[in-house]
Design a protein around this ligand. Structure first.
Ligand SMILES: Cc1ncc(COP(=O)(O)O)c(C=O)c1O
Length: 421
């Protein structure tokens, strides 16, 4: 693609964009002067679909009119409500319906899945994570190790980039797994690293992990709705993700979980249980013996928050309408355009640390600022850019294909250039 650093080119790209009408489906926050901000933090909190309110109001109305009967008689009955989201969620992560469930929050789901899939023994008790994993994952993993009476000092392997490098190389991950293979119980990686924006080769990592007898799980917080995922085909054992970033379900939105079909009927796996994971045919017989449901649903604990499900459903309907393939195609063009414009700035105070290969990243680009100088971030923020600063030295910018435009990207690069000047 021959990109041009001009507003007229960006506008032309927007006109030709087959998804251009989707921006209108979202509320774009405004500056005090009424103009829309340049919103690039869909990787942190996705924007509100204009339909979300009506989806939630439907449930409020049914609660108002029906009370408890809403469980069966609401327009969208609450009893099976979470099932209405399963197929769409499965499509987003490349899974089968039986492998997917919407429940809880991300860190909660990681813990529940580690209860089942981190099963350390004296010989095989290590967990492999990224040294730069999101802190919540680090805490979760360390606490799981301690909970099983092992020590993180001995049982945690952290993958670090090579000296003077920022990204993890697949071959180095492979080597670590090969060297420690029979002592590794679990490999738990982020599908896309929150800081660098690097997308890992999950197919390859899953394959190598399994070759050495390890369980392989993923935190897809920055991957779900952002990059193409094929969890079933890759054979990952489990995964969890949140829905408030690319999936636009609102702050603290209800999360997702994946358990590969090969574990669907493995009822011997230890798991923390609650009534919503019990076989739905006999749930209301109120027996005391837990009979888990087949598949990912068997990991549910509680009856789910319907308003949260409604908010997520509003967004998933938009994803379905847009089509994942179209979104990924636009995403690649949009982020490549951002990359092109940043490179055109030619300023040694900034550098992109995210991989330049579109197959190794999603929409986010992480811009490293020399000497950790946060004043640049403050300056662009003052000019109406909503991006974020991640310590120690990165501005993360995520043009989201559902609602960001090529003109947004152009204006951002222009502001960044002006602020550097
Ligand atoms: C990669 C990653 N893991 C875990 C979390 C924690 O998510 P939650 O607070 O929903 O458990 C986040 C939150 O941003 C994240 O980005």
């Amino acid at each position: 693609m021959n990109y041009e650093a001009s507003e007229s080119f960006a506008r032309k790209m927007d006109e030709q964009d087959s998804l251009k009408s989707f921006r209108e489906k979202f509320f774009i926050p405004k500056k005090p002067n009424g103009e829309s901000v340049l919103y690039f933090t869909g990787n942190s909190l996705g924007l509100q679909p204009k339909t979300t309110r009506a989806y939630i109001e439907q449930e409020l109305k049914d609660w108002e009119a029906l009370g408890v009967e809403g469980h069966f008689n609401a327009k969208n009955p609450w009893m099976p409500y979470h099932e209405f989201l399963t197929e769409q969620m499965a499509e987003i992560v490349g899974a089968r319906a039986v492998e997917t469930v919407v429940m809880n929050s991300l860190t909660v789901n990681l813990h529940l899945l580690m209860v089942s899939f981190y099963r350390p023994t004296a010989k095989r008790n290590k967990i492999v994570i990224e040294a730069g994993a999101f802190p919540s994952d680090q805490y979760a993993v360390q606490s799981q190790i301690k909970f099983r009476a092992f020590e993180p000092e001995n049982s945690l392997i952290e993958l670090k980039p090579r000296e003077n490098e920022t990204l993890l190389r697949t071959e180095d991950i492979e080597q670590t797994v090969a060297e420690n293979g029979d002592s590794i119980a679990l490999i738990l990686l982020g599908g896309v690293n929150y800081y660098t924006g690097q997308a890992y080769d999950m197919r390859r990592i899953t394959e190598i992990g399994h070759k050495f007898g390890c369980i392989v799980g993923y935190d897809l917080a920055h991957a779900a709705g952002n990059i193409e995922l094929h969890l079933h085909d890759w054979g990952a054992d489990f995964a969890a993700w949140c829905s408030y970033k690319y999936l636009n379900a609102g702050p603290g939105g209800i999360a997702g979980a994946f358990v590969h079909e090969r574990h669907a009927e493995n009822f011997n796996l230890p798991r923390f249980a609650g009534w919503w994971g019990h076989d739905k045919k006999t749930r209301f017989l109120m027996g005391s013996e837990f009979v888990p449901m087949r598949g990912a649903e068997g990991w549910q604990l509680s009856n789910p928050p319907i308003f949260q499900l409604a908010a997520l459903k509003a967004s998933l309907d938009i994803f379905e309408e847009a089509g994942m393939k179209n979104l990924f195609e636009k995403s690649k063009r949009l982020t490549s355009y951002l990359e092109f414009l940043l490179r055109e700035i030619h300023d040694e105070r900034i550098s992109i640390i995210t991989p330049s290969n579109p197959e190794e990243r999603g929409c986010q680009l992480s811009i490293r600022v020399k000497n950790s100088d946060k004043s640049l971030f403050k300056a662009i923020t003052d000019k109406g850019v909503v991006a974020d600063w991640r310590e120690p030295d990165v501005i993360r910018v995520a043009p989201v294909p559902l609602y960001n435009t090529f003109t947004d990207v152009y204006k951002f690069a222009r502001i960044l250039k002006d602020c550097l000047a």
